[in-house]
Design a protein around this ligand. Structure first.
Ligand SMILES: *[C@@H]1O[C@H](CO)[C@@H](O)[C@H](O)[C@H]1NC(C)=O
Ligand SMILES: *[C@@H]1O[C@H](CO)[C@@H](O)[C@H](O)[C@H]1NC(C)=O
Ligand SMILES: *[C@@H]1O[C@H](CO)[C@@H](O)[C@H](O)[C@H]1NC(C)=O
Ligand SMILES: *[C@@H]1O[C@H](CO)[C@@H](O)[C@H](O)[C@H]1NC(C)=O
Ligand SMILES: *[C@@H]1O[C@H](CO)[C@@H](O)[C@H](O)[C@H]1NC(C)=O
Ligand SMILES: *[C@@H]1O[C@H](CO)[C@@H](O)[C@H](O)[C@H]1NC(C)=O
Ligand SMILES: *[C@@H]1O[C@H](CO)[C@@H](O)[C@H](O)[C@H]1NC(C)=O
Length: 864
């Protein structure tokens, strides 16, 4: 089975992140598979009769109005019932769920509950979670005994209701399993000690009282109200978004004196003046003093307007381990602000307005391991700011305005992305992870420097400008580096200068390398050959048009070459991989690609991406067609590529067969016809054929071809045209193997051949395109065309070269775009005609317009 629909790249697999497509529910809506019954949006007005094996019954989004004791069949197996979000108001009668004795989760959220019988939830001894959010419930739901006997009830969600007061019914005291109560977004102005009495003695994992304007709407008499959480242990108390000022916070802290609260969430508060509101105070030494005996371990003060961290602000919070003051307006850290935080491990100061840090800022934090300063405006950091923090492990300075990093201590994880670093100072660093993405690093010197950092395992340098390279650098050796991210740089510029080709030579432990988006149009030979441990390589989004087997590191498993310009890849390159992403390339769907297409169809290598993303770019008629939908039949002998068109062809055969019969007779014997014609012509114009144009050229044509093609050129061309081969021939040709002066500079030979011949015939074959001298000669012949209006250059394309392959070479591209060229005939019987035409061209004199240079041999070649 193929995996489709997985997006993005897959080196993540190696990095330990597994992408999983979202699970699809096995059944469609309004049906049941025996264990789960899914009835969302089914216009139900009553409970459907489902099998007694049902474990999950999902009935949200319907029109059910009433639930009574007889509404449900007896469902002993049912564990989960969702009955939320009915489009009508809901009446819940006495013992409504008694036929569901083993129900664990009951969801009634987002219903307009018109009537809730006091005994509605009776008979549910195993109910663990009850969701009653957004049900329009009032204080009555707490005051009366609705939840009595729910001895398994652990979670009660009453958020988004209209509860004004928390006077709990005494039966709450019997709910021995109760752990979590959520009162988010009600209207609870005050909670006092006597109201929560039934909860005394309990340990709750969560009590959420956020967004109630609690204690901020009325003036509080704490002497009367006393400690609402007396004798309770709260793992998390959430009092966020209640509009708490410094005074309210202080009075509250004092009031709950002694209650245990491990995690106090006081986010979205009203403390601090921010910019401009000077009447609003920053918290001070007294604000949290009342929490001294509460053993607070985590304090969340994020999302406020605190401007200044004042003197000994957190002095009493001796047990605090995590302090989050992110998303405030902190600009100032007063001396000794963190005094007393002897156990603090994580300090989060991200998203504030710090502009500079000085040596004294973090005094009083002997245990701190992680300081998060990302997204401030820090431009200056004094050299010893972090150096005395003995336990510091990780420092996050992303998205600031740093221009240098000499203050960086020797710690494990350093995050410096999104700053303004242009180059790195030569300092003694030690780190496991260095993140420097999105800076302005330009010289590869920085890379060489970082590779030498001891213990470095992960180096992230994407989104920089790495592009310049000094010559003669010895490769950096790192025996620890495992992951290197160099995406979104400009390594092409560095490598095309011819230097830094050995930058990876010393990285024998590297496992993952990202080189995506680097404008690469070639890979320096052997650049990866020392990466013996490399398992994942991303070359995505470059401009590579080909890859050869030696290009890749020896033990590679996962390769991403998506979004390149691969035209016709050699499957052997990928054969040893475990998986490869080749989507969005520019495949040329001609016969040459047939081995690749076959390979694709039967390989064991996992091919990432959907079939539709592996498509032809050329020829136009197949543009966008998936390689998987092509047929490669008939490609074995480099015949014209047959494809989908075959079926169309069959359709049309009937109508055109008659026509074809006629044509075939002519085509089949066209060679013979042509010979007859020639013979007749010779008889009639005997003398004229021998007439030679007289001009000053030494040769009629300089025949320019790759020496690898010599054999066939000799037998197919020279023997039939060159006068020295046979008396019947009349052309005086020049070619390297015979006419070049030995010992002379090769370029001079080419130059004189070009200038002493009337025409230059270039036989552009595959060998020609890979022969530097041939391309040189071609370019040279073209320059002659500029001065010689007779268009002396004749280009003959040999073999099945595509337009794309020709276009790859700049000089040939220029020619192909402006002039037309000849194609070597594929059918032997066309040879005579072709040679005749070619000779005519060679002998053609100036004056005549170049339009005669236009011969449509392609048509012949294409005749089936
Ligand atoms: C529910 O009723 C609406 C409106 O009558 C209709 O469009 C929809 O198809 C019905 N849905 C089902 C599942 O029957
Ligand atoms: C379900 O009902 C069938 C008969 O309708 C009965 O035989 C079977 O025991 C019931 N199963 C359970 C789990 O109640
Ligand atoms: C806080 O308590 C003090 C002293 O008990 C009192 O004067 C003040 O009004 C209280 N402030 C608030 C906002 O409750
Ligand atoms: C908290 O309670 C302790 C003992 O119960 C008492 O000594 C201390 O003064 C109280 N603190 C406040 C701020 O009320
Ligand atoms: C600090 O807070 C920011 C903003 O809420 C958050 O993104 C970041 O993960 C936190 N840092 C730590 C170390 O928890
Ligand atoms: C792919 O393989 C299947 C069976 O192995 C074969 O039927 C099909 O023709 C092949 N397609 C191509 C394009 O080779
Ligand atoms: C794919 O795996 C099967 C079984 O492991 C093996 O028989 C087959 O030869 C493999 N095919 C290729 C192309 O490696």
């Amino acid at each position: 089975m193929r995996v489709s629909g997985i997006m993005g790249f897959h080196l993540e697999l190696l990095l330990g992140v597994v992408l999983v497509a979202s699970p699809v529910l096995g059944i469609s809506s309004c049906s049941s598979d025996g264990r789960m019954a899914l009835y969302h949006f089914c216009n139900l007005t009553q409970i459907p009769q489902v099998l007694n094996t049902t474990e999950k019954l999902l009935l949200s989004f319907n029109y059910i109005q009433t639930v009574t004791a007889t509404s449900f069949p007896f469902l002993e197996q049912l564990k989960l019932l969702e009955l939320g979000a009915q489009f009508t108001s809901l009446t819940i009668d006495k013992d409504a769920f008694r036929n569901l004795p083993n129900l664990r989760i009951l969801d009634l959220g987002k219903n307009q509950v018109d009537f809730l019988h006091l005994d509605a939830f009776q008979g549910l001894p195993h109910l663990f979670e009850l969701r009653l959010f957004a049900c329009g419930l009032s204080d009555a739901v707490l005051k009366n005994g609705y939840f009595r006997n729910l001895r398994s009830l652990s979670r009660l969600d009453l958020s988004f209701n209209q509860i004004h007061s928390l006077s709990l019914h005494p039966s709450f005291g019997e709910l021995t399993s109760l752990k979590s109560i959520d009162f988010l977004l009600n209207n609870i102005a005050v909670v006092c000690e006597h109201e929560l009495k039934p909860l005394q003695g309990k340990t709750l994992s969560l009590l959420r009282l956020a967004s109630n304007q609690l204690y901020s709407r009325v003036s509080m008499d704490w002497g009367k109200c006393m400690n609402p959480f007396r004798n309770m242990v709260l793992e998390t108390l959430d009092v966020s978004d209640n509009g708490w000022t410094v005074d309210i916070t202080r009075n509250f802290s004092n009031a709950i004196n002694g209650s245990q609260i491990s995690s106090l969430v006081l986010a979205h508060h009203n403390m601090g003046p921010g910019f401009g509101f000077h009447n609003i105070k920053d918290p001070d030494q007294n604000t949290f003093a009342g929490l001294a005996r509460s053993s607070v371990i985590r304090l969340d003060l994020s999302h406020g307007s605190i401007f200044s961290l004042n003197f000994r602000l957190f002095e009493t919070l001796k047990e605090l381990k995590l302090l989050n003051i992110a998303h405030n307006k902190i600009n100032k850290i007063v001396d000794e602000a963190f005094h007393g935080l002897d156990n603090l491990q994580v300090l989060n100061l991200s998203y504030n307005l710090l502009g500079e840090l000085c040596d004294s800022n973090f005094y009083g934090l002997p245990s701190v391991e992680y300081i998060d300063l990302q997204n401030n405006h820090i431009g200056i950091i004094q050299e010893n700011t972090f150096k005395f923090l003995g336990k510091l492990n990780a420092l996050d300075l992303r998205d600031n305005a740093l221009k240098t990093i000499y203050f960086i201590p020797r710690i494990s994880d350093i995050y410096l992305g999104g700053n303004k670093l242009v180059s790195l100072p030569n300092i003694a660093l030690t780190a496991n992870l260095i993140q420097l993405s999105d800076n302005r690093l330009e010289s590869l010197d920085n890379l060489y420097f970082l590779l030498q950092v001891p213990h470095l395992q992960i180096l992230i340098l994407n989104q920089n400008r790495l592009s310049s390279c000094k010559q003669g650098r010895a490769p950096a050796v790192s025996l620890t580096l495992e992951q290197l991210f160099l995406g979104e740089n400009m390594l092409q510029l560095a490598w095309e200068s011819g230097f830094c080709w050995d930058v990876f030579k010393g990285l024998s432990r590297l496992q993952v390398l990202y080189l995506n988006n680097n404008y690469l149009n070639f890979l320096p030979p052997g650049v990866f050959s020392y990466l013996t441990a490399l398992r994942g390589l991303s070359l995505s989004s470059n401009r590579l048009s080909s890859l050869s087997p030696g290009d890749l590191p020896p033990n590679l498993e996962v390769l991403d070459v998506s979004r390149n310009q691969l035209l016709s890849p050699d499957p052997n390159v990928f054969a040893s991989l475990a998986s490869v992403d080749i989507t969005h390339n520019k495949f040329i769907c001609e016969c040459e690609l047939s081995t690749f297409i076959r390979w694709l169809n039967q390989t064991n290598v996992t091919i990432f991406g959907s079939h539709a993303d592996i498509y032809c770019m050329y020829p136009n008629s197949l543009s966008g067609t998936s390689l998987y939908s092509l047929s490669v039949e008939g490609c074995d002998e480099e015949e014209i590529f047959k494809s989908l068109k075959f079926s169309l062809f069959v359709l049309f055969t009937v109508t055109v067969s008659l026509f074809l019969v006629t044509i075939l007779t002519v085509t089949k014997f066209r060679g013979f016809c042509f010979n007859c014609y020639k013979r007749a012509q010779r008889l009639v114009f005997r003398d004229q054929t021998k007439a030679r144009p007289h001009d000053t050229y030494k040769y009629d044509a300089y025949l320019c071809f790759s020496s690898k093609d010599f054999e066939w050129v000799q037998s197919a061309l020279l023997k039939h045209l060159d006068a020295q081969y046979s008396d019947r021939n009349r052309l005086n040709l020049c070619f390297e193997e015979r006419d070049f002066v030995p010992g002379e500079n090769h370029l001079d030979n080419i130059r004189s051949a070009v200038w002493s011949s009337r025409k230059i015939v270039c036989l552009v074959s595959r060998h020609f395109l890979s022969d530097g001298w041939c391309l040189e000669a071609f370019t040279y012949a073209q320059t002659r065309s500029f001065v010689d209006l007779n268009s002396p250059l004749i280009m003959v394309v040999v073999g099945s070269l595509s337009q794309y392959q020709l276009m790859k070479h700049e000089s040939i591209r220029g020619f192909v775009q402006k002039r037309q060229y000849l194609r070597w005939p594929e059918d032997l019987q066309d040879m005579g005609w072709f040679l005749h035409k070619l000779s005519q061209h060679i002998l053609k004199q100036g004056k005549e317009k170049k339009k005669d240079n236009v011969i449509q041999l392609q048509t012949i070649a294409a005749t089936p």
